[in-house]
Unconditional design. Structure first.
Length: 149
């Protein structure tokens, strides 16, 4: 009788191990399938600075090689919620990307002003800030004529 119970216990153990192996294999295959769908080999070597350089490439061609220009973002727009960490990071990345050009953060009192706005909002730049839109580059990047008088 004791040998019968040992045999039954061994069979139950084998069934449990087989079930765990089956479940583990299914989960791993599902994860593999998901990662295969979302994996982007081009993003392997893409750091934040390189991505930001790509984003500002066209704008950089429209700016002088050196000097000082203004830079405004969500934090400078009146009555607009913003995320300070995002604005700080994006300002630093913009300054890095556009160097040796110097960005005067929060200032509209330059011939040219770069705008970096991230939220979906009905912006009225001329009315609310006094700057005139020169070009909208998409992705929240703008070039303005600043206030020089």
């Amino acid at each position: 009788m004791q040998s019968y119970f040992r045999t039954v216990i061994k069979i139950i153990q084998l069934i449990c191990i087989a079930g765990l192996l089956y479940w583990s294999t299914r989960v791993n295959l599902a994860y593999f399938d998901y990662t295969r769908q979302v994996w982007n080999p081009n993003a392997l070597n893409m750091d934040a600075a390189s991505g930001w350089e790509e984003r500002l490439a066209i704008l950089k061609g429209d700016l002088p090689d050196e000097g000082v220009i203004g830079f405004i973002s969500d934090m400078d727009y009146p009555n607009l919620d913003y995320y300070p960490r995002d604005d700080d990071e994006e300002f630093v990345l913009s300054q890095y990307t556009l160097a040796p050009l110097i960005l005067d953060r929060g200032s509209i009192y330059h011939e040219l002003v770069v705008g970096n706005f991230g939220s979906d909002y009905d912006y009225q730049f001329q009315r609310d800030m006094g700057v005139s839109l020169i070009f909208n580059y998409g992705f929240g990047i703008y070039l303005f004529k600043g206030i020089t008088e």
